[in-house]
Design a protein around this ligand. Structure first.
Ligand SMILES: C[S@@+](CC[C@H](N)C(=O)[O-])C[C@H]1O[C@@H](n2cnc3c(N)ncnc32)[C@H](O)[C@@H]1O
Length: 259
């Protein structure tokens, strides 16, 4: 594990106010927050979208979750939200950061009625994820599964590769399964911020590729979009009146159901 290089999980943890980060992660987090002053707000809103998405799915009867790009543990992890509503819920976490693996114990203590598991794997290798014995032990792929790809698709820059990964995973899930996804967007950003983002991306100082609404929407091709469709994560079935603007949040989120 190279702690001298910033990694998305630890930088995101820094923005969320966690304690699992190193100097390189804080430097990278501060640099990006200088260019995008609402980066921390965006991280919090994204996490809240994940919470509301999982609650919605649990209310809709979904009992299995495949959460790829898990991130470091937070007070309300996917299995805690789902199992609070339905203790029999089963959750498999997947992340490629070894530091998330070292914290996986906190992610795998769940209810006795349910089951949770953790696999260290890369989203770019869906075959490895699908063939993993832990996946088969935790999830029954004959029953609906919610695939969570929240704030992780933007780390796969190539559209063709990202789309292929999503459709490979969804192809292995039955009808009634769901996709919950979010992705950085610059659709609401002023031109100066777009230029700044491009500069940071070209110099390797940021690793997230923004997608516009139609690029993001392609991940949901063939799925039935749940209301309100593709919106800023803060506007997806919000549970409070006062919220940051779509420009401040700059992350699209959506939920789709496989017919
Ligand atoms: C910004 S965090 C999002 C965490 C969580 N999904 C959320 O939205 O709160 C992104 C996570 O994706 C993980 N990640 C990035 N690229 C990945 C890849 N190719 N395969 C698996 N995980 C990846 C990072 O390690 C990090 O934990």
């Amino acid at each position: 594990m190279d702690t001298s290089v910033a990694h998305p999980a630890r930088r995101y943890n820094y923005w969320l106010g966690g304690k699992d980060h190193f100097a390189a992660d804080r430097e990278s987090g501060d640099l990006l927050a200088e260019a995008f002053p609402t980066a921390r707000v965006a991280a919090l809103e994204n996490r809240d979208f994940l919470r509301r998405g999982v609650r919605f799915l649990a209310e809709s009867g979904v009992r299995q979750f495949l959460d790829v790009g898990t991130g470091l543990p937070v007070p309300d992890n996917t299995h805690e939200i789902a199992q609070r509503m339905a203790p029999e819920s089963r959750v498999l976490y997947v992340d490629n950061d070894p530091i998330v693996m070292t914290h996986s114990r906190a992610l795998t203590i769940g209810t006795p009625q349910g089951r949770t598991g953790y696999v260290e794997a890369d989203l770019r290798e869906p075959e490895v994820i699908l063939a993993h014995p832990e996946l088969r032990a935790v999830l029954d792929l004959r029953e609906p599964v919610a695939l969570l790809l929240v704030a992780v698709l933007h780390f796969i820059h190539d559209d063709k590769q990202a789309l292929a990964v999503v459709s490979r995973l969804l192809d292995s899930l039955p009808s009634g399964s769901y996709l919950v996804a979010s992705n950085l967007t610059l659709d609401y950003a002023p031109p100066a911020q777009v230029a700044m983002h491009e500069e940071l991306l070209a110099s390797g100082k940021t690793d997230a590729r923004a997608r516009d609404k139609s690029e993001f929407g392609r991940f949901f091709d063939g799925l039935e979009l749940v209301e309100p469709g593709i919106v800023a994560v803060s506007d997806w079935r919000p549970d409070r009146e006062e919220r940051p603007t779509a420009q401040d949040v700059a992350i699209y989120g959506a939920v789709g159901r496989k017919p």
